[in-house]
Design a protein around this ligand. Structure first.
Ligand SMILES: [Zn+2]
Length: 113
């Protein structure tokens, strides 16, 4: 995934929401970012600053809430914290593992003036 595209849609969404709220200024954007989303927060923050220039979002801060990767065993239902490329349930040793969090990438909230 490319941070440029990701940030473009985040900025658009945030500005749309700010406009809908009749805001004069977008002050901050809170983003939920999964560890496995493929996006690097520093890059997103960098593009965010560029793309909000000359908009009501200029100077707004972007905050990230990181979500760690977590997975669930489809066989016994235990929560697995995959450490390796090979996922295995610690309880039943099943390799039928499903990711339940870590791929998040969305705006949780925005703050406006
Ligand atoms: Zn299991």
């Amino acid at each position: 995934m490319h941070e440029l595209e990701i940030t473009r849609s985040l900025v658009k969404l945030a500005l749309d929401e700010a406009e809908k709220a009749n805001a004069k200024k977008l002050t901050s954007v809170n983003v939920v970012l999964g560890e496995m989303s493929g996006a690097v927060d520093d890059s997103v923050a960098f593009y965010f600053e560029l793309m909000t220039k000359d908009t009501i979002g200029e100077g707004a801060t972007i905050n990230f809430r990181k979500v760690p990767m977590q997975a669930k065993c489809c066989n016994c239902g235990s929560i697995v914290n995959p450490k390796d490329v090979f996922w295995e349930c610690e309880k039943c040793h099943s390799m039928d593992i499903e990711m339940i969090s870590g791929k998040e990438l969305y705006i949780e909230s925005i703050e406006v003036d």
